[in-house]
Design a protein around this ligand. Structure first.
Ligand code: CAA
Length: 387
């Protein structure tokens, strides 16, 4: 049930098939248990790396597949339809740290870090938020101070997806001096690895959903980062993070679509099998209307996502469209999974069917990589910027 108004190429259909079969064979049998146990299975990441799914948009010369954003979101939706926790690792890795090194890294940084990341040997993470700087990301306070041929970073990062299992973490920290604060222009990006002295994994969050995707705090106590690991220009880290989150938001839109589609598929099947008042419940208009609205919102969200991804691939400014895609797809996921539970009634409210898990993971998509409210702010700002 993966209809798209915008037709896929033959190559995209093939990658979609590979992603779907991999997810159904290697992930689906375990998803429920991993969710219950909040268990992260690294071997799945390794397998995705072997399939090229961790270097989808990295050029072939650096060991990636050299594909476009459109193909990436098609594959990501398939993984998310089976397990949104696995999809979030794929999304963060492909959209944020790898793209940042590709875009702003030196040749040496690309060889050293991006090549193994593109091959899926190393997993990437992105550390922007802090306990007191979430939506207001520019208020972050982790401080980096230059000391000889190192930067010394102190501070705590929060909500880091996969921060305890990642091999390479892109960390945003202040490089302006406390007496000369420069707001967003005082933030820089560093390539950090967990073996650097002063790196500690802090609290692991006990989340409502996406439980098989670990989310942690990272505590930096005089973390020593080689000066060569500054990414791009000093003071440009916030802009890099914002530009990268545009990519990330397309990934979360694809993830949301997968979640919504899975909930619709369960609902359609259930409504055909479940009999009440002497007939399958799909014959009641109350159910038909729900299924029709679910399918319509999913199809519209997918059309917006594919259009935004295509605009990005054409090199056009897409900040607004990325936020629109994330906003619409995440709210669609939340709405569709809510309806799915209603279609299944009591069976939707228990763990016998996957819609309960889908409902819990859908909520996360309205929050991370920018809440729905932040997406509306970004969209509204662009409206005024255009006038
Ligand atoms: N593209 C390019 N540049 C951008 C940009 C974009 N999308 N957004 C902002 N900028 C630039 C601005 O042009 C400005 O540049 P100049 O200094 O040259 O003028 C600079 O960045 C500062 O921008 P703003 O004045 O707009 O900054 P702001 O403080 O008002 O914040 C915001 C804007 C949109 C609210 C931003 O803070 C935001 O997106 N907040 C949400 C953060 C978020 O999504 N966090 C989730 C992180 S993901 C995570 O933590 C989990 C994980 O593991 C992945």
């Amino acid at each position: 049930m993966s209809w798209a108004l915008i037709p896929l190429t033959e190559e995209q259909r093939e990658i979609q098939r590979v992603a779907r079969e991999f997810a159904l064979e290697q992930i689906a049998p375990h998803s429920d248990q991993w969710d219950r146990d909040a268990y992260f299975e690294r071997s799945v990441i390794d397998q995705m790396g072997e399939l090229g799914f961790l270097g989808m948009m990295i050029p072939e010369a650096l060991g990636g597949l050299g594909l476009d954003t459109c193909t990436y979101v098609v594959a990501l939706e398939e993984i998310a339809a089976v397990d949104a926790s696995v999809a979030v690792a794929m999304s963060v890795h492909n959209s944020l740290p790898t793209q940042m090194i590709l875009r702003w890294g030196t040749d040496e940084q690309k060889e050293r870090y991006l090549r193994p990341m593109a091959a899926g040997k190393w997993l990437g993470a992105f550390a922007l938020s802090e306990p007191d700087a979430g939506s207001d990301a520019a208020a972050l306070s982790a401080q980096a101070v230059r000391d000889g041929d190192c930067w010394v970073i102190n501070g705590t990062k929060a909500w880091v997806t996969g921060g305890n299992v990642a091999d390479v973490i892109l960390v945003m920290a202040r490089t302006d001096r406390p007496e000369d604060r420069r707001g967003p222009r005082g933030i820089s990006t560093f390539i950090v690895t967990p073996d650097m002295p002063g790196f500690t994994v802090g609290k692991k969050e006990d989340k409502m959903g996406l439980r098989a995707s670990p989310t942690v705090q990272l505590v930096f106590d005089n973390l020593r980062v080689p000066a060569a690991n500054l990414l791009g220009a000093e003071g440009s880290g916030f802009v890099y993070a914002m530009q990268s989150l545009d990519n990330g938001r397309l990934g979360i839109a694809a993830q949301s679509l997968g979640i919504a589609r899975a909930a619709l598929e369960v609902s359609v099947t259930y409504a055909a099998e479940r009999r009440q008042f002497g007939k399958p419940i799909k014959e009641f208009q109350a159910i038909q209307f729900k299924l029709a609205d679910m399918a319509t919102r999913i199809t519209a969200s997918r059309a917006l996502l594919y259009s935004a991804a295509a605009a990005k691939d054409r090199g056009e400014p897409t900040t607004q469209f990325c936020s629109m895609s994330k906003l619409m797809a995440s709210e669609t996921a939340m709405w569709v999974t809510t309806q799915a539970i209603q279609v299944l009634g009591g069976y939707g409210y228990v763990r016998d069917y996957p819609v309960e898990r889908l409902f819990r993971v859908a909520k996360g998509t309205e929050i991370y990589e920018g809440t729905a409210e932040i997406q509306r702010i970004v969209i509204a700002r662009e409206l005024y910027a255009a006038t």
